[in-house]
Design a protein around this ligand. Structure first.
Ligand SMILES: [Ca+2]
Ligand SMILES: [Ca+2]
Ligand SMILES: [Ca+2]
Ligand SMILES: [Ca+2]
Length: 251
């Protein structure tokens, strides 16, 4: 290789390196399952509007990994979220663009996949492992703002006191603002007096988030999450907490 060609070769390598750094794929990798995500400290007013100082200072994180069904078109679904914390709650601002908002035709909570639904997965102590016995919660929140999870006996139950939910929908865009109380799954007793954890700087928590999108089918056509499943079954985040993001609470 001549000196001129050698220079051109190295220039190409440098350009390729820069292109890889800036590609969306790289950004997605940063948000990969099991990776750490720093969470900023602040308290928004939970009213469904993102006009709070804590949100204005945060970057949006994508909800763009297809868990079930074929990848939706941008007109069918787009989603992104921000996250924050204070001593009492984890806070979420979630923006969903969904062409058809569908409530369940039946009131039974046993079948969250009959309706558009947010799902928040929380592993309080970042223990990972099977999701049984409240090792991690999976809060299912349909459009009416109620909160459901299945108990260890596979009975669906409301957990309304775990999440304070406000939603504002205009045309196809819904903004959800949620204050999530964090419970120690090891101490959790159904129907008992459960006291939420006080959160502290440096605490690590497992976390994942998804949207079940039902438009015209009998149930969810797509489930889109904030982490990749890396070839695992769509049910995996319900079965175990092994691939959740690890939240790192910063002050
Ligand atoms: Ca607000
Ligand atoms: Ca849709
Ligand atoms: Ca756990
Ligand atoms: Ca929908």
């Amino acid at each position: 290789m001549s000196r001129k060609n050698l220079h051109a070769f190295f220039l190409l390598l440098i350009l390729l390196g820069a292109a890889c750094k800036n590609s969306p794929q790289q950004q997605t990798t940063n948000n990969a399952a099991g990776s750490f995500v720093d969470v900023a400290y602040g308290t928004p007013v939970v009213d469904g509007s993102g006009a709070d100082a804590i949100w204005e200072n945060q970057n949006w994180q994508p909800i763009n990994h297809n868990w079930r069904g074929s990848a939706p078109k941008a007109t069918d679904f787009q989603g992104r979220y921000k996250i924050a914390w204070d001593e009492n709650n984890l806070y979420l601002l979630i923006e969903i663009e969904d062409d058809t908002l569908t409530e369940s035709a039946i009131a039974a909570p046993e079948v969250p996949r009959l309706a558009d639904c947010l799902i928040l997965f929380v592993d309080e102590d970042a223990s990972s492992g099977e999701r049984a016995n409240y090792n991690a919660f999976a809060y299912h929140i349909p459009l009416d703002g109620r909160v459901f999870d299945a108990t260890p006996d596979s009975i669906w139950q409301t957990f309304d006191d775990h999440c304070w939910v406000r939603r504002i929908s205009r045309d196809n865009t819904s903004t959800w603002e949620i204050a999530l109380r964090v419970y120690d799954g090891k101490q959790y007793r159904p129907g008992g007096e459960n006291i939420p954890k006080l959160l502290k700087e440096g605490k690590k928590m497992g976390f994942a988030l998804a949207y079940g999108d039902r438009d015209s089918s009998p149930q969810w056509e797509n489930v889109i999450g904030n982490i990749p499943l890396n070839g695992q079954k769509p049910e995996t985040p319900w079965q175990n907490a092994n691939n959740y993001l690890i939240l790192n609470l910063l002050r």
